[in-house]
Ligand binder design. Structure first.
Ligand SMILES: [Zn+2]
Ligand SMILES: [Zn+2]
Length: 328
């Protein structure tokens, strides 16, 4: 089977023919139909996440059709459409797993990082961590729900009842979460790179009542902000824009250094927190919620062999919505 393979930091993905992997107990083989591209893929490529499996097939937003079921597998039937997210396996026994926080599992294994993911014609996944895809979505439109949507959803939950919500970085995740937030009757304020008027128009078209540059102050105080951009400077900026008691959520897996800032920015019971990974429960909840909103994903399609181009467009901030590899 063909795959786009990562062989080490600084090297582009290379198209290779890989042998099919053996199916372990409870695993399923999928014929990949589509796989969305995530900012995390860039962090792995750039060596910002430690010790990836090498060689590695990236991709943790995979939509595929079950083509083979390993011993003991019983959740799915042949031909069924499923999604493979970032959380690929947990031990189920550590203190985090036992307290409903499997996203923090000490021994978790992540898809497209520690096991091969979906930038390939086929992939293998543990059936217990796969998600059913809502029927109303095409393969391409469903793919970004699996990380951009899921991590965004978990981040949104961490803002509690915040009414005035700021979104810093209006990429794949924010374009989905803005729709959910509007549906929940929150008010959305979108922040983009300075001068990205196209991005600001896009945010307004999805219900943001205000869109501007991340260096600007919003027209009124925010109750919460989610930072999707991997830019540490945005932490004090966002804190300065939230009201007393507000929360700033860092949604990314990696961020550049956070500059030091005055305690005044945190004072007034403001909170700063990160969101790490996802639980299966997040996945199930979000897959149920997305078609109700309904979330519409804006995608740009690439072929499997164009994965490097898709990553370059993401790096340059040239995408409106999400990049998705069409594979099947
Ligand atoms: Zn991701
Ligand atoms: Zn665990």
């Amino acid at each position: 089977m063909r795959a786009m393979v990562f062989n080490g930091v600084g090297r582009p993905l290379r198209e290779e023919a890989l042998p099919s992997r053996e199916l372990g107990r409870g695993q399923v083989r999928l014929q990949v139909q589509a796989c969305a591209v995530c900012r995390t893929d860039l962090h792995i490529l750039d060596g910002e996440l430690p010790d990836p499996k090498l060689p590695l097939v990236l991709g943790h937003q995979t939509v595929g059709l079950v083509s083979e079921i390993g011993k003991g597998g019983s959740r799915f039937t042949i031909g069924e459409r499923v999604g493979v997210p970032w959380l690929g396996w947990t031990d189920g026994t550590c203190r985090f797993c036992r307290s409903g926080r499997e996203n923090l599992c000490d021994r978790a294994v992540f898809t497209g990082y520690q096991v091969d993911g979906g930038f390939a014609e086929e992939t293998v996944a543990d059936e217990r961590y796969c998600l059913r895809i809502p029927e109303s979505y095409s393969d391409l439109q469903a793919a970004p729900l699996l990380c951009a949507g899921l991590i965004g959803y978990r981040s949104l939950m961490m803002t509690g009842e915040a009414e005035r919500l700021g979104l810093y970085g209006f990429g794949a995740s924010a374009h989905i979460i803005a729709q959910v937030a509007r549906w929940q009757q929150r008010r959305v304020f979108a922040f983009t790179r300075a001068g990205d008027e196209e991005g600001q128009r896009f945010a307004r078209s999805l219900g943001a009542e205000w869109a501007g540059s991340s260096t600007e102050r919003p027209p009124e105080e925010l109750d919460a902000a989610i930072i999707f951009a991997p830019v540490g400077e945005l932490v004090p900026t966002a804190l300065a824009s939230v009201a007393k008691g507000g929360v700033v959520v860092c949604a990314g897996i990696h961020m550049s250094e956070i500059p030091s800032f005055s305690y005044d920015l945190l004072w007034g019971e403001r909170a700063l927190r990160s969101v790490a990974n996802l639980t299966r429960r997040d996945g199930e909840e979000f897959m149920e919620l997305a078609p109700k909103v309904p979330v519409r994903t804006e995608i740009r399609e690439f072929r499997l062999g164009e994965a490097n181009e898709a990553l370059q467009h993401m790096r340059a901030g040239e995408l409106r919505g999400a990049a998705v590899l069409k594979i099947g």
